[in-house]
Write a new protein. Structure first.
Lengths: 215, 834
């Protein structure tokens, strides 16, 4: 049976921290077109703190790890990504509290709890050029695969692809939330930085899981 | 002292604003800031931990007003509130007031000793001064006279009230429901008056509008255009009131007061629901709790108590509403929308909660005050029709108060069939009555158009209302005779002869019913030995129990969509499994046909995410939704539950809204997949005994053979078939004239469908309204129908008719109805048959 263990979560967060460092300039550049040009540096600041913390989290259960990540992001990110990603991990953590392993369906539930948290915090729904546009299709794809009996690896692969598609789909969208919404029509034609980092989040979840489960 | 917290992305902005506010707040108001982040490279941002610290540093039991700039500041402020201990939260309020103006106004009000509510109000209206100086309030504000703090920009829409009674309870409820689909903020004002929130039932329904009044709607928000269209359409639809007979409708509001005949032992009231009953008077004292003001120390827990009570009452009324359309009678199940919407009225509830918090009084008192105020406004309205809505509100007051004091739901403890004699009843109370024991209702207050009276009629309980002071002369336990048609109440002792006559009439009415009931559970076999299964349409276990008693040979249509309604998430597989099992159990081994989720059209369910469609009846309805990617998951869950129940009970499965054979194939494929998954997981499940389809989309009439290859049985849904075939909207009264399943074109379609099904040797039944119409039982059998499924009360009657038929002779005779070419001729021919 395929399961998610605390080691997966730590590896995922490590890999995502590296992604944030690599993509710092790219994300800020995206943000400069429709926002305040700080998404990359904000996420990187937060994830440097998370990366530094990760070694101390070994031995904790999945819920506890996710909560620590969430709290760290909340107090260090600064921009809108702080409460949003922070809430994502806090809710995901609450949903997996005390668990030392997650079945695919439990992983899905945990991520969905996170997504619901983000939607509630930002009062956002799909189609408003936000993180939700990457996360929701990704989790929907994951759900479909899990429910049709596919392996978690296949599910995460499709989730990553759906997140990427969702991210690209934000390009023609009119921003309705956040700083970008002040631009009105001018927000059209640019990819949303939040959706971009969210797509990377799902992408790294897939790559870390498939690497750990191949070896 | 109320203190202030300022949250900004920029430390400079926060400090500057604090400086400005401090000029107004003197030295007394404490102002803390939480702004910027600790990163030299980029110090713009907010941090919830800082916010928590700032709130704690100025925390006061009098309250803390938190003002913020935007974006993450708002989200982090909310997050910070979640991180604070629950005991502090009651006094901390996040304000949406403009940052600078709000801070200055709040500081001024706080330093003057204003309480939390006053400080908030000042902050919220701080922008008005500037708006008045600069505009562009101009034209709009002149027209709408907006309350302070309300942005007056937006779409303006003028509507002349089309219907006689204006936005009375039901249209108001419809308007609220309609607008709830939109995110736009909507205000409505009666010309020249102060606008009210158009999404608040308590505010809208007390506007006191009548035909011809000009209403001005102010619509703000992205989807405002849609809201505007919806309001226009609503007005074009006469605010949802029937156009026909509108004049008769309000007449009854003027209750025909009879001159009181002073004859001893005889009383007259207003006849509200026909029928005769002779029996014991059961005097029920209204349990209207007295409420006193009690100072309290912990407003937060009082508010929680109130919320819990409201939730309980809401659940109770929703449940009654669900039970109401049990097929007991043609009830208007929208009647209970009004009390439900009142309980969900955020403006009203917030006002009450604020009252509890600010005045530090008990929840019961705050609730009672607010509701009595609302009730008084209704009683004071010009229209007698509106005055009668006050009874609904009184009932709500009672129910929530009883829930607050923890008393059990109010029931009348009647042990034998009696006449319920009571001051006044609310609609939910009437709907909750046990009709086998309450066989008549006499009330002191109320009129014939009160919701309670309308429901009594629907439930078939004789009722006499508005007895006034005569009411006091009724003695508990006295033998009374009441005639709901004339409004007369007689004491048996003093009028033995007249009562005997009434009794005779009552007995005759009942005898026919008893005769039918006695034979109800026997099969419906014609005189020459052919048996027709007579099944029931139900929606839950209660309905199934009733259907069983009424003699149903099974369930021909289980409407599962009701399991999905009035909630915010879909029912889980387990919940469905339990629900369907309990229904099957109630049928004690008789077959149950479960129809899969039929949503869309006129049965919208918000959480399904079906987008607002231009033509919902031609859109994502029934099986189309279930096969669409947005509905597949839900559909699979339902199929899993059904297959599990099918392993234990005789279950048949039926797909709704099938239009083409591809849909049947796709649905069957999903069914097979679901079964594979269940088997792989070793879950006990089987394919239902038979898998059939509804025949209700006209296209099916032209592909019967193809459909017959994929399905095990057909069941005709006449309501939708009629509306689609004639292209006459089911809900639009303006096109109702020829909308009848008896129209020759519909009858011809039925004949073709039945004949084609016979050729294909597939079972053909009917579960639409027509199947339960005793006038056409003979005709349908003549046409070749195999099975009937109907609302339970019709079963004994239809069975009785079948038993009197000679099947062989009937099928030999050519049916004459098909020769008729218009609806009136069909109706005449049918009425001549009895």
């Amino acid at each position: 049976m395929q399961k998610i263990y605390p080691s997966h979560i730590i590896a995922w967060q490590e890999a995502f921290a590296a992604e944030m460092a690599t993509n710092k300039a790219y994300l800020s550049e995206l943000d400069s077109l429709i926002g305040d040009a700080d998404h990359g540096s904000n996420m990187d600041r937060g994830y440097q703190k998370v990366a530094a913390l990760l070694p101390e989290l070994t031995g904790l259960d999945i819920g506890a790890i996710l909560k620590k990540v969430g709290m760290t992001l909340i107090s260090t990110v600064g921009g809108a990504a702080g409460p949003l990603y922070g809430t994502f991990f806090l809710r995901a953590g609450a949903s997996s509290a005390g668990k030392t392993e997650l079945l695919p369906i439990e992983l899905l539930e945990s991520l969905r709890a996170g997504l619901e948290g983000v939607k509630g915090r930002g009062r956002a729904v799909i189609g408003e050029k936000t993180m939700v546009d990457a996360l929701e299709p990704a989790l929907e794809a994951l759900r479909e695969e899990i429910y049709s009996g596919e392996s978690l690896k296949v599910g995460l692969k499709r989730a990553a692809a759906a997140a990427e598609k969702g991210m690209k789909d934000t390009i023609p969208m009119l921003a309705k939330k956040g700083r970008a919404s002040y631009l009105g029509e001018r927000s059209i034609g640019h990819q949303d930085p939040g959706a971009t980092s969210s797509a990377l989040l799902i992408q790294t979840l897939y790559t870390t899981y498939s690497q750990l489960n191949n070896s | 002292m109320v203190n202030i917290v300022l949250i900004s992305h920029s430390k400079i902005l926060a400090d500057g604003t604090r400086e400005l506010a401090a000029q107004m707040g003197g030295q007394v108001v404490e102002i803390a800031t939480a702004a910027g982040i600790d990163d030299p490279a980029n110090s713009i941002g907010t941090n919830p931990e800082q916010i928590v610290a700032a709130i704690r540093s100025v925390y006061s039991a009098d309250g803390v007003v938190v003002l913020m700039d935007m974006g993450s500041a708002v989200m982090n402020a909310e997050l910070a509130l979640e991180l604070l201990p629950a005991s502090m939260k009651g006094e901390i309020v996040l304000s949406s007031a403009p940052f600078v103006e709000g801070a200055v106004a709040a500081a001024a009000q706080a330093s003057a000793g204003g309480n939390l509510e006053e400080v908030l109000r000042e902050a919220n209206s701080a922008i008005v001064g500037k708006q008045n100086m600069l505009g562009p309030v101009g034209e709009i504000s002149a027209q709408t006279n907006m309350p302070p703090g309300v942005n007056s920009k937006g779409r303006l829409l003028k509507i002349i009230v089309p219907n006689k009674l204006g936005l009375h309870a039901r249209p108001a409820a419809k308007l609220i429901k309609l607008l709830s689909d939109f995110r736009a903020t909507v205000y409505v004002s009666k010309e020249g008056r102060r606008p009210v929130n158009a999404k608040s039932i308590s505010q809208v329904s007390t506007l006191g509008t009548t035909k011809g009044d000009a209403l001005i709607f102010l619509i703000q928000g992205e989807d405002g255009a849609g809201a505007e269209e919806a309001i226009k359409a609503f007005a074009a639809d006469n605010f949802g009131d029937p156009v026909k007979g509108e004049n008769d409708q309000q007449k009854p509001a003027k209750n025909k007061k009879r001159t009181i005949n002073k004859s001893k032992g005889q009383l007259f009231g207003t006849p509200a629901s026909p029928g005769i009953f002779v029996g014991k008077a059961f005097l029920a004292r209204l349990n209207d709790p007295e409420v006193v003001e009690v100072p309290i120390e912990d407003p937060a827990s009082e508010i929680l108590l109130l919320r819990a009570a409201i939730t309980n009452v809401e659940a109770e009324i929703s449940q009654i509403q669900t039970q109401l359309n049990q097929g007991v009678a043609q009830t208007d199940d929208q009647i209970l929308d009004f009390p439900l919407l009142l309980l969900e009225d955020h403006d009203l509830i917030h006002r009450i909660e604020a009252f509890i918090a600010v005045e530090q009084v008990n929840a019961a008192y705050a609730w009672s005050q607010a509701i009595e105020d609302l009730e008084a406004r209704y009683r004071a309205m010009d229209s007698p029709y509106m005055q009668e809505r006050a009874g609904d509100i009184r009932e709500l007051r009672r129910k929530v108060l009883l829930a607050l004091v923890g008393e059990e739901a109010y029931t009348f403890k009647i042990s034998e069939p009696s006449i319920l004699v009571v001051e006044e009843l609310g609609p939910a109370e009437v709907a909750g009555l046990d009709t086998s024991l309450v066989r008549g209702i006499i009330t002191r207050k109320g009129g014939v158009t009160s919701h309670a009276a309308i429901l009594a009629k629907a439930l078939g309980i004789p009722a006499i209302v508005g007895l006034g002071d005569q009411f006091t002369s009724i003695i508990d336990g006295a033998q009374l005779a009441m005639d709901g048609t004339s409004g007369r109440v007689l004491a048996v002792k003093e009028h033995p002869n007249e009562v005997a006559q009434l009794k005779e009439q009552q007995w005759q009415n009942e005898e026919t019913q008893v005769q039918l009931m006695r034979q109800a559970s026997a099969p419906a076999t014609t005189s020459d030995g052919k048996t027709f299964p007579i099944l029931a349409n139900v929606k839950d276990a209660n309905g199934a129990k009733k259907a069983f008693v009424m003699g149903a040979d099974g369930i021909g249509l289980l409407r599962t969509e009701f399991l999905y309604m009035n909630r915010t998430t879909p029912p889980s597989e387990e919940e469905q499994y339990r629900s369907y099992s309990s229904i099957c159990r109630a049928m004690q081994g008789k077959p149950v046909t479960i129809r899969t989720l039929d949503v869309g059209g006129d049965k919208p369910i918000p959480y399904l995410g079906i987008p607002l469609e231009k033509n919902p009846f031609l859109g994502l309805r029934g099986i189309r939704y279930c096969l669409h990617e947005s509905g597949q998951h839900l559909f699979r869950t339902q199929l899993r539950a059904i297959c599990r129940v099918a392993a234990e009970f005789p279950v048949r499965l039926m797909y709704p809204m099938i239009g083409v054979v591809e849909e049947v194939k796709a649905a069957n494929k999903l069914l097979a997949e679901v079964l594979d998954v269940l088997r792989a997981a070793d879950i006990w499940a089987v394919r239902p005994q038979a898998v059939g389809i509804m025949i209700e989309v006209p296209s099916t009439a032209f592909c019967i053979p193809a459909l017959a290859r994929e399905a095990d049985f057909f069941s005709i849904g006449t309501n939708d078939l009629t509306q689609y075939l004639l292209t006459l909207d089911r809900g639009n009264e303006m096109v109702a004239t020829y909308r009848s399943a008896l129209h020759p074109s519909v009858l011809e379609a039925l004949q073709q469908i039945i004949t084609a099904a016979k050729v294909c040797q597939i079972e053909i039944g009917m579960c639409g309204e027509l199947a339960g119409n005793p006038k056409v039982t003979e005709l349908l059998i003549q046409m070749g129908l195999d099975k009937f499924s109907m609302n339970a009360p019709a079963i004994p009657v239809v069975k009785d008719i079948v038993r009197q038929l000679d099947y062989a002779a009937l099928t030999k005779r050519k049916q004459s109805i098909s020769l008729l070419d218009n609806l009136a001729a069909v109706e005449t021919a049918l009425s001549e048959r009895d």
